[in-house]
Design a protein around this ligand. Structure first.
Ligand code: HEM
Length: 224
């Protein structure tokens, strides 16, 4: 039984102390983003290479895939814009992040006790955040240029060809980045719970995001 329904801390069913990491609007926003990403990635891959064309069956065949892909892409970009708007300040890189990245080996070997305390997000999460910002901006801009049904007639063929290339490249970088994101989410026990139930244990917060943990406990910050 959770003692505390609406505030930042309480206990879970095992009696562990917990704090809130993400409120429900942000979690719903994140999962809309995740679902739209999977759909846009699958439809995009089916348009990328004939070997992957059978994936278009998931969307009702080739023509439907071509119609739906850009609209789902827009949903994804809007979902990320809303999420990113809430999170960008927590993703600004600091001096401590440089140390964390330099000693990434110790992080991977689980010997990170001597590294500087991490804020709400670690340097890896921050780098991924800005990679997503860059890729989605480029995908959006180039996507309009190659959106034949409505916009392509406004642009010269050379620009359309160049945009197709950049679009595919950024799609590829984003897919690789999100694979790493999902791997990290599963690898670090307790993270998925943060994005489903919204709460994390004191232990998780202390181990992975110590200075964020201290700020929350001291009541110096609220989370979205
Ligand atoms: C498809 C399956 C996905 C899963 C299982 C997943 C899982 C998670 C989890 C568990 C967290 C919380 C991590 C923490 O609090 O430290 C998180 C955070 C986040 N997710 Fe996802 N996610 C997925 C897709 C995406 C996609 C497609 C994007 C963006 C295009 C995205 C962007 C973010 C961002 C910006 C955060 C906050 C910072 C961070 O943890 O990196 N996620 N995700």
């Amino acid at each position: 039984m959770t003692h505390d329904h609406d505030s930042r801390d309480g206990r879970n069913d095992d009696g562990q102390l917990e704090i809130e990491r993400y409120r429900w609007p942000i979690r719903i926003n994140h999962w809309i983003l995740a679902i739209s990403f999977v759909l846009v990635a699958l439809s995009g891959l089916s348009l990328f290479d004939p070997a992957l064309f059978p994936l278009s069956m998931l969307f009702g065949g080739g023509p439907w895939t071509r119609i739906l892909h850009p609209f789902i892409g827009l949903v994804m970009v809007i979902a990320f814009a809303l999420l990113g708007w809430r999170m960008w300040r927590d993703n600004l890189l600091t001096k401590n992040d440089v140390t964390w990245l330099r000693d990434i080996r110790e992080v991977l070997e689980n010997k990170d006790e001597n590294l500087p305390p991490v804020g709400r997000f670690n340097a890896g999460q921050k780098l991924l955040f800005w990679t997503i910002v860059g890729c989605l901006s480029a995908l959006l801009l180039t996507g309009f240029v190659i959106w034949r049904a409505y916009f392509s007639q406004l642009f010269p063929i050379g620009l359309i060809r160049f945009s197709v290339l950049i679009h595919a490249l950024c799609g590829w970088v984003l897919i690789c980045g999100i694979i790493v994101h999902i791997y990290a989410a599963i690898w670090i026990k307790g993270s998925v719970k943060a994005m489903t139930g919204g709460k994390v244990s004191y232990g998780w917060a202390y181990k992975h995001h110590r200075s964020w943990f201290r700020e929350v406990i001291a009541g110096r910050r609220n989370n979205d």
